[in-house]
Structure formats: structure tokens, C-alpha cells
Design a protein around this ligand. Structure first.
Ligand code: DHB
Ligand code: FE
Length: 288
């Protein structure tokens, strides 16, 4: 059966994509940022999954502001990079896993999580930058990707608890897929960031650190954080962190922190990245 083995979170600051695409990785500003992902790229190469479910938000690229699904799962064969205003990023087309994605959609919807099914969708920096940070700049992405777009653009986004519970439903769906597939879940966006207004550039390292600690220590406490606390403590775009809770919900209760990287500033934001691994690696019975 398929199995979720690990979860990864990372910010998706678009300037990282520009640094890669414009060949600026060796500039002093960017060196420590890319260095922070060297371990992760090596670890990923050694633990390469077959499929990654990338929980991200579309930034009015694929959906526009006319249509904003709360949760949308990409069931297409492939997902081209979106044109975000300067042309599409020069990254490979993202290959999907339509069979598993449709199975997850069916399992979750019958489990009362009413996902929107996206049979055609472009993907923006929210999805492609995390792929670069974990897989580098290959000619083809080395994994199949199932995009899961979450609305954190227009109020109201889903609650952290809803996101965590969706992660649980995704785990059940994956564990009822008969083929032996190694699956990882990426939660993207975050950490502290406020991109506009008088508080632009707000960083709350203490809050971010506690959030990172509690991903392992007390994820249930994280599910109780109300929207207003994310916005007040970490800035308006800090709300992207609810997406990390989909990743956490998809893992077991018992996880091990493999690696962490926190860096300020990255553009106007705090960059946070963590790798969590399920402790129990024994084979499991398929979920009912
Ligand atoms: C910026 C945009 C984002 O979507 C994000 O998550 C972080 C930073 C930016 O424009 O700098
Ligand atoms: Fe974002």
C-alpha cells in the first residue's frame, strides 16, 4: 500500500525563484538562504519519494480572484508553470499522478471533505519554489506531484483545525491505495510575513519558533490558534501557515524532527523550513 513517510514545510518567497532564474544564488544576500537547504536536498535525494502532495496557495495566478476554491486538488496529468506577470518561470512542467489524486479526491469527499477537483490548472511560485528548494534545478522534476491548493488569499481561509483534519483524511486516502508508493507531504508558505501597510516587514521570531517546536511537541495546540492570532502575531500573510497543518495532520502523532532552518530576512519575510519523519516505519495494515 502507499504510505506517507515524511512531511516538509518551507516558505515560498517569490524572490527565491527570481534569484534562481536570474542566476543570483552566489550573491552574498542569497548564499546563506540556499545553504540552508543543502542538507535538505541531500536528504531528499537519499529518501526520494514517488509522489509529493504539495499543499500551497495560488496567488491569483491559476484561479484569479473571480473564483477561489477553499481546497482544490489537482487531478491532471500535468501542471504548467503559471504566468505571474513576467512570463512563466523557466521550470519543468509539473507531472501529476491523476490516478492517486482522483482516489484521494474520492476518499476525502466521501469522508465529507468537499474538495474542488481541478482537471486543468497552472501552478505558481507557491508550488514551484518549494520544488526548487528541495530538488534543485533538474531538467525534469524527479517526483510526481499532486497539488493541493488552499485559499489563504481572501477571508475566510479554512481554520487550522480543518486543515489538520484534512491532512488526516488524506493520510487515510493514501493508506487505502494498494500500490506501494512512498509519499511525502509539503506544507508551504509562511512564516511571519506582512507584505503591505504600516506593519510591512513584521517578523515575530519567538512566535515562529514556538510554531516550529510545536509541530513535533504539540500539534493539537497549533490547531487551536485562531486566524486573528496568526494575523496579529505574524502579519497578514502569516495565515499561510495553516497550510503547514495539512502536512502535520497527514503524519503520525509521533514524529521526529530531522532538520530545521530559520532565516531572517528573505525579502520581507521570515523563511522557515522543517523536515519531519514518521517514527514508526513498520508496514501497516491498509486503512478501512
Ligand atoms: C512574497 C510573496 C509571497 O507569496 C510570500 O509567501 C512571501 C513573500 C513577496 O512578495 O515578497
Ligand atoms: Fe505566498
Amino acid at each position: 500500500m502507499a504510505r506517507i513517510v515524511a512531511g516538509v514545510t518551507t516558505s515560498h518567497v517569490p524572490a527565491i525563484g527570481a534569484a534562481i532564474d536570474l542566476n543570483k544564488k552566489n550573491e552574498p544576500y542569497w548564499v546563506p538562504i540556499f545553504k540552508g537547504f543543502e542538507f535538505s536536498k541531500k536528504w531528499m535525494a537519499e529518501n526520494m519519494p514517488d509522489v509529493v502532495i504539495v499543499v500551497y496557495n495560488d496567488h491569483a495566478s491559476a484561479f484569479s480572484v473571480e473564483l477561489i476554491p477553499t481546497f482544490a486538488i489537482g487531478c491532471a496529468e500535468e501542471f504548467p508553470p503559471a504566468d505571474e506577470g513576467w512570463g512563466p518561470r523557466p521550470v519543468p512542467v509539473v507531472k501529476g499522478h491523476p490516478d492517486l489524486a482522483c482516489h484521494i479526491a474520492q476518499s476525502c469527499i466521501l469522508d465529507e471533505f468537499d474538495l474542488t477537483i481541478a482537471n486543468k490548472m497552472e501552478v505558481d511560485h507557491g508550488l514551484t519554489i518549494p520544488l526548487n528548494l528541495l530538488f534543485g534545478e533538474p531538467k525534469e522534476w524527479p517526483v510526481r506531484v499532486i497539488p493541493l491548493a488552499v485559499n489563504v488569499i481572501q477571508y475566510p481561509p479554512p481554520t487550522g483545525k480543518r486543515c489538520f483534519d484534512l491532512g488526516r483524511a488524506i493520510r487515510k486516502a493514501v493508506e487505502s491505495w494498494p500500490e506501494d508508493l512512498k509519499v511525502m507531504v509539503f506544507g508551504t508558505g509562511g512564516m511571519s510575513h506582512q507584505l503591505q501597510g504600516p506593519r510591512a516587514g513584521l517578523i515575530n521570531k519567538e512566535w515562529d519558533t514556538r510554531f516550529l517546536d510545536n509541530l513535533t511537541k504539540d500539534p493539537i495546540a497549533l490547531t487551536k490558534i485562531p486566524h486573528i492570532e496568526y494575523v496579529r502575531e505574524t502579519g497578514s500573510e502569516g495565515i499561510e501557515m495553516v497550510m503547514w497543518l495539512v502536512m502535520r495532520g497527514a503524519l503520525d502523532d509521533n514524529v521526529r524532527e530531522v532538520y530545521r532552518f530559520y532565516h531572517v530576512p528573505c525579502s520581507n519575510t521570515a523563511l522557515g523550513h522543517i523536515i519531519l519523519e514518521n517514527v514508526d516505519k513498520s508496514p501497516r495494515k491498509a486503512a478501512a
